[in-house]
Design a protein. Structure first.
Ligand code: PLP
Length: 374
């Protein structure tokens, strides 16, 4: 394989396939998948995963964060629909059309700006704000439908669909369920008003990973599947109908092994001082790889099948861990930073964030490599 083993991430496509296959079983007939591949597939490397989705899984709908990512997908030979979920400056309207990308349309003024700059038709999905309060037409359902109708009537703009985004479909409280159902009701009311007004929509979509997994927003034409495809939970506090398989195994190498005496200070700031004679290993990964510094004195790595606790602060490119119980460890051994069990959700729980942020934060200097190409 064509990469240097210092700190790398192994990507298992059979896990992607498993997660997608199991997830599809949860969707009602008539709901198709839109694969959310923004942020380089949540840090997993879109160039490894996206072609597989099209060629092996028959994916026809993709969602990205920006125009750059959309053009990148076209460069990979992706021929299906690509929706930009975020904002693109109106001056790029000709590029959006040239690459046959669908732009999320935040409101009427944006549609008019796109229209002014367009050279040809710009395809859009109208964003409907039903309670996320991020992007989308705002106001009562009647006002929203009226604004969307004006977007549909804007020259050079083809309103092909509408969508909204759940804020709390992964929540564990009854109030979260109530809010999510309120969002869905609002959304379908806007859709019905548009339909009654004679506006034909190819798509009206509302489900994210959690929405699809927990059965919210039935009637959505698409489920925008993100985090569960990568084998992580929308929220680990809320069980899923199936156990997704984490797609990434993150690895580094043992660079040095040594015994230290009791009372030895380890790493920057001397936040760890040994209370006994112990064996330490140095690992070739650090926060410049995206390994959180917040795991200092907290995280663990797996070496030779055993969990080893991090000692002292995580440095930019290295950190130390306790390997006293590993008699055979030597430099050059592999150290697992993250695997299916000790996964991104686990690291996130230790550092007060979410699995999404952990995998998205793995830096570009970490090569992503395929370990299974089914
Ligand atoms: C990121 C995103 C998704 C995917 O969310 P997951 O929780 O990863 O499934 C879906 N829809 C929109 C609008 C998004 O921004």
């Amino acid at each position: 394989m064509d990469y240097i083993k210092r700190c790398w991430a192994e990507i298992d496509l059979s896990a992607v396939e498993y997660n997608v296959t199991e997830y599809k079983k949860l969707l009602p007939a008539g709901t198709e998948l839109m694969y959310v591949v923004k942020a380089a597939c949540y840090g997993h490397d879109d160039s490894l995963i996206v072609p597989f989705l099209q060629e092996k899984l028959g994916a026809e709908y993709f969602a990205v964060a920006d125009l750059d990512e959309a053009i990148r997908l076209r460069g990979m030979g992706i021929s299906g629909d690509i929706l930009i979920l975020g904002y693109t400056l109106p001056e790029y309207a000709p590029l959006i059309a040239k690459h046959n990308v669908i732009q999320a349309c935040t409101d009427l003024s944006y549609a008019r700006e796109l229209s002014k700059n367009a050279e040809g038709t710009v395809r859009v999905h109208g964003a409907v704000d039903t309670g996320m309060t991020r992007i989308g037409v705002h106001g009562t359902a009647e006002e929203q439908a009226a604004e969307l109708s004006e977007i549909a009537a804007t020259p050079n703009i083809a309103l092909e669909g509408i969508f909204t985004h759940f804020s709390s479909a992964d929540g564990t409280a009854q109030a979260d369920d109530d809010y999510t159902n309120m969002q869905a009701e609002r959304f379908f009311r806007v859709r019905d008003l548009l339909t009654a007004g004679g506006i034909e929509l190819k798509h009206a979509h509302i489900k994210n990973s959690a929405g699809g997994a927990y059965g919210f927003g039935e009637g959505s034409t698409l489920a925008r599947l993100g985090i569960i495809m990568y084998g992580l939970y929308p929220d680990p506090a809320k069980p899923l109908p199936f156990e997704p398989k984490p797609v990434m195994t993150w690895k580094a190498v043992v660079s040095q092994v040594k015994w230290i005496d009791a009372g030895t200070a380890v790493s920057y700031g001397r936040t760890f001082v040994s209370d006994r004679r112990m064996k330490l290993a140095t690992i070739t990964a650090g926060y410049a790889d995206g390994y959180p510094r917040a795991l200092s004195n907290k995280g663990e790595v797996i070496i030779g099948g055993k969990r080893c606790r991090i000692c002292g602060r995580v440095c930019m490119d290295q950190f130390m861990c306790d390997v006293t119980d590993l008699p055979d460890i030597r430099s050059g051994d592999e150290a697992i930073l993250m695997d299916a069990e000790m996964n991104a959700d686990h690291l996130a729980a230790l550092t007060g964030t979410i699995g999404y942020e952990i995998t998205c934060g793995i830096s570009p200097r970490v090569p992503r490599v395929l370990i299974h190409n089914s």
